[in-house]
Each structure stands twice: as structure tokens, then as C-alpha cells.
Write a protein that binds this ligand. Structure first.
Ligand SMILES: Cc1cc2nc3c(=O)[nH]c(=O)nc-3n(C[C@H](O)[C@H](O)[C@H](O)COP(=O)(O)OP(=O)(O)OC[C@H]3O[C@@H](n4cnc5c(N)ncnc54)[C@H](O)[C@@H]3O)c2cc1C
Length: 420
């Protein structure tokens, strides 16, 4: 089959690779001159099945109100945007019940575990070089009550094959000696030994290269204006470089997928949630953590990628704005380094590479993968805060459904028809 994939982020490129490997004629289209230039460019770099819960637990509204107006708050909401897109916000809150949150956390964990496994499989099979490590991940807690809550959440997904280990402060320091200097506030940690990390940009570049070597066409610098066809089926794509004909189309356009789907009557409940990262060189620097860290108290992640340190965090509902607010990215940097005082001192005057990206967040939590109801049009979007972790697993689920095969995991929790 001729298949057009729209969007060469980590998700679209994974879909393109999977379909190419299965013998299809694939064209992967992106408006940017290179792959992974948007949200997949400089994310937190963590492959984490152990931390896959959605961002709308019961009480999320209370948290949002508590954080309102605080300059260092992990969440910032621009009221104008919420008023322009009220339906997503209301549905996001409506999904914050105990039962729905539990179900969505489970669905995410299952896909995340499948995604991490599939990423490793590709890494071994194709020899992909993306600074990928089976490092495990440490989640740190300063408050014994949140630690207890974190453990309950980890326990709830253990039967999906996601292992965890509760660590005292001393055990956490033994596991990651870089924590020793700033450990006075630490209540404990949870280790997820099956998790890992790697650079999503390098991964996407490597995978795109493999796909083209195996016959896929990469059409960069090409903006898709609309999907051709109607309710009877999608027929191709209209781009600023002419028409692309295809037997099947996969939309993997991140936060921009809703705009492409809407003219066909498909209303995707996806909202861009802005986040920041800062990358620092570790050349000549000592004492950086080797194990990727999720800092629950500071709401940041800290990941070592070779001789670079990536710190990421913040969530802003502000529409499609990717401007770099210096106060916000500096706060991410400071919060990430404050756990490692010796490192912070060495890096005090080091140049930072700040970046901002938009997480394509579904209103309930799990991504939106598979058929649309419009014949020949498929979705690989809404991957939110976990798109790097989900990418390889999502690609397999999308490809299996497109080919009418049985999927390795139940695709129902990720299908668009769950919103009907
Ligand atoms: C600060 C931050 C930290 C994160 N940390 C992690 C993490 O540690 N682990 C994790 O698993 N995930 C993480 N994420 C989430 C992850 O980065 C995203 O979920 C993922 O990158 C989304 O990939 P995507 O391919 O769906 O979207 P994108 O990477 O945004 O790709 C979409 C592509 O579609 C293209 N496009 C859009 N519209 C058109 C059009 N009309 N025509 C042509 N092309 C088009 C764009 O150019 C873009 O290249 C983080 C995100 C942020 C912001």
C-alpha cells in the first residue's frame, strides 16, 4: 500500500519506519526542513513506564488553583486560552475522577511498557545510536505522604510487568551517589529498574535514515494544507508542493493534528501544553547524576545524555506559543540543579541551551491511535507528556490496526471512538 504519514516527529517517524519495515510504500511529510524539529527536539529524554499516569488526577483543579499566581509554579494557565478552548478544559477536569484516572493510568502504563520494550527491540535490531541507556529511573520525594502515594501508584501497575523498589534516603544515595550532597530534604525514592532514557531527536534522525534506506520517501519542507476527500474516505493530501496520493493516511502532526482532522468532521480533543527544557554541557564537570531523575517535589526531570545534562519541566496552557520565557526556563534550570548543590556551583556560569515545546495532550490522558471512522484515515497523536515513551509501541498499534491484524495489546483504550 502507498501510505502517507503527516508529521516527522518521534511518533510519525516511528509509524513510518514500522510501515516501511512491513513492506509498504511510505512517504513521510513534514513542514520543517529536518525531522523532529518541534516537540520531539529536546524533551526530558526519559523512557518511563513507571511514571505514566495522566496529568489529571482527582484534585487537579485544587492544585491548579493553589499554584495560580506563583511565579515558580509548575502549572500556568492563561485564562484567555481556556476561554477560547473551554471544551478541552472541561473534559480534562471531567476525567479527573478516581475511576477514570485509574483506568487511564493503567492504559498509559500498559502502552508505555510496550513502548519501552519496542524501543529497545529497535535499538538492538537496527543498532540505533541515540545515547539510549537501560538506566532505570529514580523518582524522588521530599514528603513522606507523597512518597506513600507514589508507591501506591507504582503498586497499581506492578502486575503489568512494571517493577519498582522503594528506597530509603540512604539506599537512594547508594543507588545514585550524586544525591549525597543535597539529600537533607529527601524522604525517599522509588526506583523503576525497567525504565531508561535516550535522546528522542537522535533516535528520530536515525530511524528516519533507516526508513529511507529501506525505501521510504522523506518529503521535508512541505506543509500539508488539508486532507483530500470527505466522510466517504480520505484520498490524499493537498500540500504547498502539490498533491500527494495515498491509499492510507496517518496523521501524526502532534498538536496540529486537530486542525487537519476538523474539516473531515473529526474533532480531536488535543490541547498543546507548553514545557521547557535546558541542556547543559558536562565537559569538565563532576558530580552529575548518571541515573535519570524524576523530582516529584520540584516537578522537573533531570537526565544525563552522554556529556550533556537535560533538565525539563513546567506545564502551561497558553495555546500555540513556543516563545522562551526566560524566567520560566531559568526556574526549570534552578529547580533541577538545586538537588545537586556541588553541580549547581560548577555550572553557575555555564551556557544554557533553553528550549520550549508543546505536548499534544488528550483530554483524558491516553493517546489517540488507530482508525478515525473516516475510511483510510488513521491517527497517531495525542501522546502528551509521554510521546517519546509511547512512540515505538504506538507505531506498532497503528500499523496493526491499519493492516487489520490483531494487536499485541488491547487497542481499545487508545482509539478515537472512545470519545463517542
Ligand atoms: C518539556 C518537555 C519534556 C518532555 N519529556 C518527555 C520525556 O521525558 N519522556 C517522554 O516520553 N515524553 C516527553 N515529552 C513529550 C514528548 O516530547 C512528546 O509527546 C513527543 O515529542 C510528541 O511527538 P509527536 O511526534 O507527536 O509531535 P511532534 O514532535 O511535535 O511532531 C509533529 C510534527 O508534525 C509536523 N506538522 C504539524 N503540522 C504539519 C502540517 N500541516 N504539515 C506538515 N507537517 C506538520 C511538525 O512540523 C512536527 O515535526 C516531553 C515534552 C516536553 C515539551
Amino acid at each position: 500500500m502507498r501510505i502517507a504519514v503527516v508529521g516527522a516527529g518521534v511518533v510519525g517517524t516511528s509509524v513510518a519506519w514500522e510501515l516501511t519495515a512491513r513492506g509498504h510504500r511510505v512517504v513521510l511529510i513534514d513542514r520543517a526542513p529536518e525531522v523532529a524539529q518541534e516537540t520531539s527536539y529536546a524533551n526530558g529524554a526519559q523512557l518511563h513506564a513507571g511514571h505514566a499516569a495522566p496529568w489529571n488526577p482527582p484534585g487537579v483543579l485544587f492544585d491548579a488553583l493553589r499554584w495560580l499566581g506563583r511565579s515558580d509554579s509548575p502549572l500556568r494557565i492563561h485564562p484567555g486560552r481556556v476561554l477560547r478552548a473551554p471544551s478541552w478544559s472541561l473534559r480534562f477536569l471531567a476525567n479527573a475522577t478516581s475511576r477514570r484516572y485509574r483506568n487511564h493510568a493503567r492504559a498509559n502504563a500498559r502502552l508505555a511498557e510496550y513502548g519501552v520494550r519496542s524501543t529497545r527491540h529497535w535499538r538492538e535490531e537496527l543498532g540505533l545510536q541515540f545515547e539510549g541507556r537501560d538506566s532505570g529511573i529514580l523518582k524522588l520525594f521530599d514528603d513522606p505522604r507523597t512518597l506513600e502515594h507514589g508507591q501506591r501508584e507504582a503498586e497499581a501497575v506492578r502486575e503489568l510487568g512494571i517493577e519498582h523498589r522503594l528506597l530509603t534516603r540512604d539506599e537512594a544515595i547508594e543507588r545514585e551517589p550524586a544525591l549525597a550532597a543535597g539529600a537533607d530534604q529527601l524522604a525517599g525514592a522509588i526506583e523503576f529498574p525497567g525504565d531508561g532514557c535516550g535522546d528522542a531527536l537522535l533516535f528520530t534522525q536515525e530511524l528516519a535514515r533507516r526508513a529511507t534506506e529501506h525505501g521510504a520517501a522523506l518529503q521535508l519542507g512541505t506543509t500539508v494544507r488539508r486532507v483530500l476527500g470527505g466522510h466517504a474516505g480520505a484520498d490524499g493530501l493537498e500540500t504547498d508542493h502539490g498533491t500527494v496520493e495515498a491509499d492510507q493516511i496517518v496523521l501524526a502532526a502532534g498538536s496540529y493534528a486537530p486542525a487537519l482532522a476538523r474539516p473531515l468532521g473529526i474533532r480531536l480533543p488535543i490541547e498543546p501544553i507548553k514545557g521547557y527544557s535546558v541542556t547543559l554541557s558536562l565537559d569538565g564537570i563532576e558530580g552529575a547524576p548518571n541515573t535519570p531523575i524524576i523530582d516529584d517535589a520540584r516537578k522537573v526531570v533531570v537526565t544525563r545524555l552522554g556529556n550533556r545534562l537535560r533538565i525539563a519541566g513546567k506545564a502551561e496552557i497558553c495555546g500555540f506559543d513556543t516563545a522562551l520565557d526566560e524566567r520560566r526556563w531559568r526556574a526549570v534550570r534552578e529547580q533541577g540543579l538545586s538537588r545537586f548543590p556541588g553541580l549547581a556551583e560548577q555550572l553557575a556560569d555555564a551556557p544554557s541551551e533553553p528550549w520550549a515545546g508543546l505536548r499534544p495532550m488528550s483530554c483524558d490522558g491516553p493517546p489517540i491511535l488507530g482508525p478515525t471512522g473516516v475510511p483510510r484515515l488513521h491517527l497517531a497523536c495525542g501522546v502528551g507528556h509521554l510521546g517519546w515513551t509511547f512512540a515505538a509501541g504506538s507505531a506498532r498499534l497503528v500499523a496493526d490496526q491499519l493492516e487489520g491484524r490483531t494487536c499485541d495489546i488491547d487497542p481499545a483504550p487508545y482509539r478515537f471512538d472512545r470519545f463517542r
